[in-house]
Design a protein around this ligand. Structure first.
Ligand code: HEC
Ligand code: HEC
Ligand code: HEC
Length: 156
């Protein structure tokens, strides 16, 4: 019994050392390869969180999405302070959505929808064009992501 405790303790120390080395080596940046769960910022979210397959998008330049990244410092999340950090639709004094486009882009939902749905819709448009001439070109349609609400927010 005692022996097992010592073995366990030794393993913790060894794992700690290995992890420490890996950590030190990769301190520069840890890139999430699988699915990133994009949580709503709003306290009372209307939709469920979005499962975003990050690496599926690595055919694009990283800066297509991480548009403020300078390729030197670590990448920060989209809702870092001063970025897309507003929780509700920015309104002007008369209660209507504010006209200022920069302010609207700070509302996290607008930022994500413009980027995610914007790109998927653009690909659909290109595919439709291609489809209209496909008999002539025989080119394959491009793979694409979802544009419908429940495809990204699976349940209510
Ligand atoms: C390509 C994926 C995608 C599609 C399609 C999409 N959304 Fe979103 N939506 C997101 C992401 C990403 C966020 C920000 C993270 C989050 O809230 O989970 C978001 C945020 C939201 C929010 C704010 C957070 C909340 O839950 O209150 C609402 C409301 C919303 N979406 C509604 C919709 C509706 C309605 C549609 C269909 C017209 C739609 N979305 C289509 C990806 C998508
Ligand atoms: C299609 C858009 C898109 C592309 C392309 C993309 N990413 Fe991301 N990445 C995201 C989103 C969205 C997140 C989640 C950010 C958040 O949680 O606020 C993220 C998160 C990250 C994070 C974690 C940031 C944190 O919050 O700690 C790193 C690191 C990262 N990406 C690196 C990369 C690298 C390197 C590339 C290029 C190979 C890349 N990304 C390409 C959209 C993208
Ligand atoms: C610059 C264009 C672009 C942007 C921005 C983009 N996507 Fe995509 N997305 C794609 C393409 C292209 C595919 C198809 C990739 C494939 O199947 O090879 C895709 C696929 C997907 C899929 C389906 C993956 C699968 O395995 O079926 C989801 C879900 C998705 N995207 C969500 C998002 C979300 C959420 C965002 C915003 C955070 C986003 N995308 C931003 C281009 C984009």
């Amino acid at each position: 019994m005692r022996k097992n405790v010592w073995i366990a303790a030794a393993m913790v120390v060894v794992l700690g050392l290995i992890w420490g080395t890996v950590w030190a080596a990769e301190e520069e940046m840890c890139v999430p390869m699988g699915t990133i769960t994009l949580e709503p910022l709003s306290a009372e979210a209307k939709r469920v969180a979005v499962e975003f397959p990050h690496a599926v998008h690595f055919g694009y330049n990283c800066q297509r999405c991480h548009h403020t990244w300078n390729r030197e410092s670590a990448i920060t999340g989209c809702s870092a302070s001063g970025c897309h950090d507003i929780v509700e639709v920015p309104k002007s004094e008369d209660g209507r959505p504010a006209k200022d486009a920069t302010l609207q882009a700070r509302y996290f939902k607008n930022a994500y929808h413009t980027m995610c749905i914007g790109c998927h819709k653009e690909i659909n448009r290109q595919n439709q064009k291609l489809q209209a001439t496909r008999i002539l070109t025989d080119q394959k349609l491009a793979a694409n992501g979802p544009t419908g609400c429940i495809q990204c927010h699976p349940t209510e």
